[in-house]
Design a protein around this ligand. Structure first.
Ligand code: C2E
Ligand code: MG
Ligand code: MG
Length: 539
């Protein structure tokens, strides 16, 4: 049954109970005043006993008083329980049940109180926004329970480091806010504290025997920097600074600076532009020649994506690939350029191969191999002409997953090469256990080959390693004849680089293939070749 509740927590029923009890007390006083003296006199033998009706009325009164008292006691208990429940509900509304930190709703009020107090004490506050760097990855790779364990560990570590009186809140999936008072003359103290946080939070977390790492990026904003400084504004500024810290390479701290705001605006325009551009077909393939050094022949092309942005002009992949990866647009973008490339390459001589770059994010998709096969079938393109390039740095993500992906690609007849070798510190054991078809030496070792004895030694070792593992080698970034000469001594090498020309769009590529009689229609005239092609033919 529902009963309306007054401000003090009393129900109407309770009010009636109280009324009855109060009336009983009054009646008791009245009836008791007559009944008790008579009863006393009768006991002492001085008179008649009390009137039967009055005596019954008094007993009834006593019963009512007892009843009222019991109900009063129950009521008092109920009020305590209701208060406890209200406090619990308030706490639930204010805190995050997983970590016990304050939540987004309550951080503002707590922060404002701290700010007011700091002002009184002629101090300032600093708002630190922390974001775990690869949290989504932890969830995807290990499970949501592992993600929860990481969050709890991060909260515990933060609580242990933060000084007394600091506010700790979890304000988003993997975002924490710390607000603490500080002496504006000693900002170094805050930096030291934050450096400790970055270090401590990144320590491995043991989850059911698996060691998981989640580094953290930290943005800082202070209330005494001149601008608006309510807690909401400071949180916003710290968020911008945190984003900046991520862009600088994660696992670091950044203080808010006004210039960051325009950068952020650029970034959000970039994100929106990429999303729009993928659907509008603004991403197009460019092609870079690959040359067999032994014969000097053109053997294929590496496809490199370019973004023809209506507002920004031609944008390179170093800018848009990381953003597309972060906003979850990389798979669609990559599929769209690969689809175009497969179509373009059908017009080339069938002996020419096509290499495409694949992001580590795509490698995590268990359906990736199937998706690729679908593209090949759609384009009627033979799998043996396709080569997938995987960067060395993606090997650390999950070697087991990468291995099964490579195996399933190879089962379809697609070749797989290890890109940018020498930059990602892969171990010999890893390399031996992964069935790559080719190693591509990163251009940082190749372009300075003539001047650097050290790089010559490294390249020599990599070529020997490739021979030992049965993996042929490609040298990237061949820019000059001098570099080419330095590579002359090695056998079985492929090369690519600006010496053979810059990457070109599909129509220019096709035109240059026509000159070399390397298209499917072989009846066109052959005008003079470019320097790179002369070189390619001469060798
Ligand atoms: P990468 O696969 O190592 O590609 C080689 C990069 O080096 C290309 O830069 C190319 O233009 C540049 N390059 C080639 N020869 C020379 C040279 O002689 N000197 C110099 N200085 N540079 C040379 P680009 O096109 O800017 O691509 C950068 C990276 O972006 C690529 O490195 C690749 O990892 C990635 N990428 C490109 N297209 C795609 C794509 O469709 N999907 C994914 N996931 N990544 C892509
Ligand atoms: Mg590549
Ligand atoms: Mg490369």
């Amino acid at each position: 049954m529902s009963a309306s509740v007054t401000k003090t927590g009393l129900t109407k029923r309770d009010l009636i109970t109280h009324g009855v009890a109060a009336t009983a007390v009054i009646l008791f006083v009245v009836t008791g005043g007559q009944v008790l003296p008579k009863a006393l006199r009768a006991i002492l033998g001085h008179g008649e006993g009390p009137d039967q009706i009055l005596a019954s009325a008094m007993l009834l009164n006593i019963a009512l008083i007892l009843l009222g008292w019991r109900r009063f006691r129950e009521l008092a208990r109920e009020v305590v329980v209701t208060r406890e429940e209200a406090a619990e509900a308030r706490e639930l509304a204010e805190t995050d049940p997983l970590t016990g930190c304050l939540n987004r709703r309550s951080v503002n009020a707590a922060g404002e109180a701290l700010l007011a107090k700091a002002r009184q004490d002629r101090r300032a506050i600093v708002v630190a926004l922390l974001d775990l760097d690869n949290f989504k990855h932890v969830n995807d790779l290990h499970s949501h329970q592992a993600g929860d364990a990481i969050l709890r560990a991060a909260a515990e570590r933060l609580r242990a480091i933060l000084p007394q009186g600091a506010i700790l809140a979890r304000i988003g999936g993997d975002e924490f806010a710390c607000i603490l008072p500080f002496d504006p003359r000693l900002p170094d103290q805050i930096e030291q504290l934050c450096a400790e946080i970055v270090e401590r939070v990144a320590e491995l977390v043991d989850w059911n025997g698996t060691e998981i790492e989640a580094t953290v990026s930290l943005g800082l904003a202070r209330s005494d920097d001149g601008g608006d400084c309510d807690v909401q504004t400071l949180l916003h500024k710290a968020d911008i600074a945190m984003f900046h810290a991520k862009r600088q390479g994660r696992n670091r701290i950044a203080w808010f600076a006004p210039a960051m705001e325009s950068e952020l605006r650029f970034r959000s325009e970039l994100e929106a532009g990429i999303r729009r551009g993928v659907t509008a077909g603004e991403f197009v393939p460019y092609y870079e020649k690959q040359i067999d050094l032994a014969t000097g022949e053109l053997v294929g092309f590496e496809m490199l994506a370019r973004w023809m942005s209506p507002t920004l002009g031609r944008v390179g992949p170093d800018i848009f690939i990381p953003v597309a990866e972060e906003i979850g647009a990389i798979a669609e973008l990559s599929e769209s350029v690969i689809r175009q490339a497969l179509r373009d390459a059908r017009d080339w001589d069938p002996k020419l191969t096509l290499a495409v770059n694949i992001s580590p994010v795509q490698l995590r998709d268990p359906w990736f191999a199937q998706k690729l096969l679908k593209l090949l079938v759609e384009a009627n393109f033979p799998p043996h002409r396709l080569e997938i390039e995987i960067t060395e740095s993606s090997l650390h993500e999950n070697i087991g997953l990468v291995r099964s992906m490579i195996t399933s690609l190879k089962n379809q007849g697609i070749r797989v090469s290890l890109d940018d070798f020498g930059t990602g510190y892969s171990s010999l054991a890893q390399l031996r256990s992964l069935p790559f078809d080719r190693i591509k030496i990163d251009r940082s070792f190749i372009s300075s080959l003539p001047e650097s004895e050290e790089n010559r030694t490294i390249v020599k070792s990599i070529v020997a390693l490739g021979e030992g593992l049965g993996m042929p080698v490609t040298a990237e970034g061949v820019e000059s004849e001098a570099v080419l000469a330095a590579l002359g001594g090695y056998e079985g090498l492929k090369a690519q680089g600006y010496l053979y020309g810059q990457p070109q769009p599909a129509d220019v590529t096709l035109a240059s293939l026509r000159q070399l009689h390397l298209t499917l229609e072989r009846n066109d005239a052959a005008p003079a070749a470019e320097p790179g092609e002369q070189q390619a033919r001469r060798a």
